[in-house]
Design a protein around this ligand. Structure first.
Ligand SMILES: NCCCC(=O)N[C@@H](Cc1c[nH]cn1)C(=O)O
Ligand SMILES: [Zn+2]
Ligand SMILES: [Zn+2]
Length: 482
């Protein structure tokens, strides 16, 4: 049919991927075996990250790509130490001006994982149980990066012309805040990115176990610290308890004033600019494949704040949420130490949605906390700062690549995708959209229960292999639309 890719070629590619699936799983096993943890700033793990990036560069070179491993410079740690940042890979395969150029972004660093955290298998030994490939990084994000490479390698192995020009930008510091990435994207705007037409990111999950999805938006995040200080040293509560405004009591009152037990944010004006709910949007939530009971059970939560599918999705995707993350300086070890912390820093963040304004939110938060603090008549000092401001991301789903991806999903999975948003933030999406001004699409491969960042992270063999086919079908559909 005019809307499906050249059927015979796709059939051949699909057959190739099926036949070589054990090799693809073996490569994922080799990549998962590298402890490329970017969070713990220790030299041994940095070496592992460098090894990971070298493995990937080598794989891409063997595919025939020209690869530039761009020096990432160094990272200054709060303790004054510096650590090298692993190189960012810029690679390209094909530069036919008649074809569209699709750039894939991915990351090969992972969250920390230790067997004793509750993993049932060694996190760095990819282990298959009932079709599930368990291992740190299996779904976030080594599996999807390899799925894209598998798709390219299928065309190469069969000596078939690639339907699109391919570029890669692969980093090793995403979990640590994509250190050095934005600067590189800005620097390469008129070089590496000048010929890029589309950017594809596959770094989030479906909302279902079996039904594929296309992501058309993510929430942003404004991350705050609130410091309450009496003095730099701690106190003995026997010697000072009763005669001080205790910083911890002030901080608990401040944090306790932010959100009520129904999840409603208590900061005046915070909902003022949230986009009104439309009828069309309501229909979109209805169409999503999510069983709220199954979701709740598999999350091992007794009760969510909301019962219906529509309410749950809206509160994850289209309303802001406020989360309290932690308190620096609090006494959090086991035991019964009678300390009064002298200086504490509370941390919380607000997930932002269209059309909230970052600087308005910052002012609203600061004014609210100042008001609550002033009512306490405390002699302590309070300082509120917005440590991080990440905007929500909205896709242009009218772009050709969304159409191509929908068609490819239909061909490979035999179904229309769930059109979803994501409650988390993928900051690089806005950077690509704003800096290089190219169309960005999020095309996830992993199932809802893959457990990114958690113990027993996995990707299903089915998702990994069908995902490789999906990317191949997507290349063909993109070529047809060009
Ligand atoms: N499924 C992909 C999630 C990626 C992720 O975890 N992003 C972080 C980014 C962030 C936001 N605020 C600070 N960092 C997230 O928490 O959403
Ligand atoms: Zn990720
Ligand atoms: Zn992650």
């Amino acid at each position: 049919s005019p809307s499906s890719p050249p059927a015979r070629l796709l059939e051949k590619v699909i057959q190739y991927i099926d036949l070589h699936q054990d090799e693809f799983v073996q490569t994922l096993k080799e990549w998962v075996a590298v402890e490329s943890d970017s969070i713990q700033p220790v030299p041994r793990l940095r070496q592992e990250l460098f090894r990971m990036m070298a493995l990937a560069a080598d794989k891409l070179r063997r595919l025939g790509a020209s690869v530039d491993s761009v020096d990432g410079g160094s990272q200054q740690l709060p303790n004054g130490q510096t650590l090298p940042i692993p190189p960012i890979i810029l690679a390209e395969l094909g530069n036919d001006p008649k074809k569209p150029t699709v750039c894939f972004y991915g990351h090969l660093d992972v969250q920390p994982a230790r067997r004793e955290d509750g993993w049932l298998t060694d996190p760095y030994t990819l282990t298959e149980v009932d079709g599930k490939l368990y291992g740190r990084g299996a779904t976030d994000n080594k599996g999807p990066v390899l799925a894209w490479i598998n798709a390219v390698s299928a065309f190469r192995a069969m000596e078939e012309d690639l339907p699109v020009n391919i570029k890669f930008i692969i980093e090793g510091m995403e979990e640590a805040g994509s250190v050095a990435l934005e600067e590189l994207v800005r620097r390469e705007k008129d070089r590496f990115f000048s010929s890029v037409d589309y950017v594809v990111i596959s770094d989030n999950l479906w909302i279902s176990r079996r039904k594929p999805a296309l992501t058309c938006g993510t929430r942003g995040n404004s991350y705050f610290t609130v410091e309450v200080k009496c003095r730099d040293q701690d106190f003995h509560s026997g010697t000072f308890g009763g005669i001080l405004n205790e910083p911890m009591a002030d901080l608990i009152a401040l944090l306790g004033s932010l959100v009520d037990s129904s999840g409603h944010i208590l900061i005046p004006g915070i909902y003022d600019h949230v986009a009104p709910l439309t009828e069309e949007e309501k229909k979109m939530y209805k169409a999503i494949d999510l069983d709220p009971e199954e979701y709740r059970n598999s999350s091992q939560v007794k009760k969510f704040l909301f019962d219906t599918k529509e309410e749950i999705l809206m509160h994850l995707w289209r309303y802001p949420s406020l989360s309290i993350h932690g308190i620096e300086g609090a006494f959090e070890e086991p035991g019964a130490k009678t300390v009064i912390p002298g200086r504490v820093i509370g941390k919380f963040s607000i997930r932002l949605v269209p059309h909230m304004n970052m600087s308005v939110v910052e002012t609203q938060v600061k004014q609210h906390l100042e008001y609550i603090f002033s009512k306490r008549n405390s002699s302590n000092q309070m300082v509120v700062s917005m440590a991080l401001g990440l905007h929500p991301w909205i896709a242009n789903i009218k772009d050709n690549q969304y159409l191509a991806a929908k068609r490819a999903i239909k061909t490979v999975f035999g179904t229309e995708p769930d059109m979803i948003r994501d409650g988390s933030t993928i900051p690089i999406a806005n950077i690509f959209q704003d800096v290089i001004q190219k169309s960005v699409m999020m095309l996830p491969l992993g199932a809802v229960d893959d457990g990114e960042h958690a113990q027993n992270e996995k990707i299903n063999r089915w998702n990994y292999i069908e995902g490789s086919k999906l990317f191949a079908a997507f290349f063909l559909e993109m070529a047809k639309l060009h």
